[in-house]
Design a protein around this ligand. Structure first.
Ligand code: FES
Length: 158
């Protein structure tokens, strides 16, 4: 059960700020992991900003998400240089290992799978990022070995 009172606390902390909505949404997302309908409705109620305006901001900026993502966000590059070096095979193996399609999250909330545009690391293609870490020269086997490490780490810290 989410404690939506936290939303009110965050809103209150920005009462002296001139245009607080982005700051509020950023903090609320950090607290709850996403900006769900229920959370945005509470933000609207507390700030007295129209819900339509809040939705507009929450869906415009890529830093906001309305769906909960996993603890580890895997971003696979599939631009031409990575593609030529086998990113599709790597991605297919990741999907198979995690049982995911693109933009899905594992039921244990550990992994979300997304595409990324070129990371500027084409020299070590194919490339993926997991949160802030970059992994290059991937093979399907290497990618799965990396994910196994994250899985162990994630389950140990659960
Ligand atoms: S195309 Fe993948 S890192 Fe540049």
């Amino acid at each position: 059960m989410q404690d939506l009172g936290k939303v009110d606390e965050i809103v209150k902390s920005y009462k002296e700020t001139k245009t607080p909505l982005i700051y509020i949404l950023k903090d609320v997302q950090k607290e709850f992991g996403c900006l769900s309908d229920k959370i945005l409705t509470r933000v609207a109620k507390t700030t007295k900003i129209p819900l339509s305006e809040i939705y507009g901001v929450a869906t415009f900026y890529s830093l906001f998400t309305t769906v909960k993502k996993g603890k580890y966000i895997i971003r696979c590059c599939n631009n031409a240089p990575c593609h030529v070096k086998g990113s599709k095979e790597v991605l297919d193996r990741i999907k198979e290992y995690l049982g995911l399609e693109m933009n899905e999250t594992t039921p244990d909330n550990l992994f979300t799978l997304e595409f990324t545009s070129c990371l500027g690391l084409c020299a070590v293609a194919p490339v993926m990022m997991i949160n802030d870490e970059v992994y290059g020269n991937l093979t399907p086997e290497k990618a799965v070995a990396i994910l196994k490490d994250y899985k162990m780490k994630g389950q140990a810290n659960a």
